[in-house]
Write a protein that binds this ligand. Sequence first.
Ligand SMILES: O=c1ccn([C@@H]2O[C@H](COP(=O)(O)O)[C@@H](O)[C@H]2O)c(=O)[nH]1
Length: 266
Amino acid sequence: MSFSNQIKQRWQQGTAVCVGLDPLPELFPAAVSDIFAFNKAIIDATADLACCFKPQFAHYAAVAAEPALKQTIAYIREFYPSVPVILDSKRGDIGSTATMYAREAFEHYQADAVTVNPYMGSDTVLPFADYADKGVIVLCRTSNPSAGEFQNRLIDGEPLYLHVARLAQEQWNRHGNISLVVGATAPEEMRRIRAVAPDLPFLVPGIGAQGGDLQATVDNGRFAGGQGLMINSSRAILYASSGADFAQAARAATLTLKNAINQLAE
Ligand SMILES: O=c1ccn([C@@H]2O[C@H](COP(=O)(O)O)[C@@H](O)[C@H]2O)c(=O)[nH]1
């Protein structure tokens, strides 16, 4: 099944929570031996509540744990095949290299979707978008404090992030597989992006540890008919407890977020 249909199915099952898998071994409880063991416990505790999982690439590459990343994705695909995996690697490069990055995400790691940095232009996005069944999640308006330095700069009277949203909606979405990254920390920008891209799903980081506004995210980000959001939380779920009960605490944090989103969407 395509990434787009997998996500729609998870929305219909009542969840919009993206569980971020950002392992920080220094925060692991003493009894946890390695990254895969930590991820497996989190995945087993949250899969039925999750719309998708999002491992962030640098958290693995920085500690030479690419095999644990591959093992994590393979585990989700084998035991929870209805929950898609977004590889958050924010790739972007000239076309020939972008083709290799697309192979890395979709063929080597077997991810269902990947985050892509579009700020080098269309030819950096299209090699990913050519994988029609895979999701391509384009950075549009990011959640970090300095995001506006470039992304909010006006070009022809409109902020740069809106040009990205329009290209995504009108030119890159030939296979219906494009989504946008829109940070929860920028609710007004989110409202403007939704007006330009009425039917592109949003991956929304910034809830939880970054203090984004959940009510504004739901109000400004969802489709006119509801749904449309993959709301990520990483540290607030993974490190909800540093004790032996970390997996149960992660489940409780995921359930709280899922219920809060559903309540706010009513
Ligand atoms: O604009 C962006 C794009 C990606 N991220 C990533 O999302 C998670 C957020 O983690 P929290 O612990 O929930 O803050 C992390 O992997 C970032 O690399 C983002 O935060 N903002």
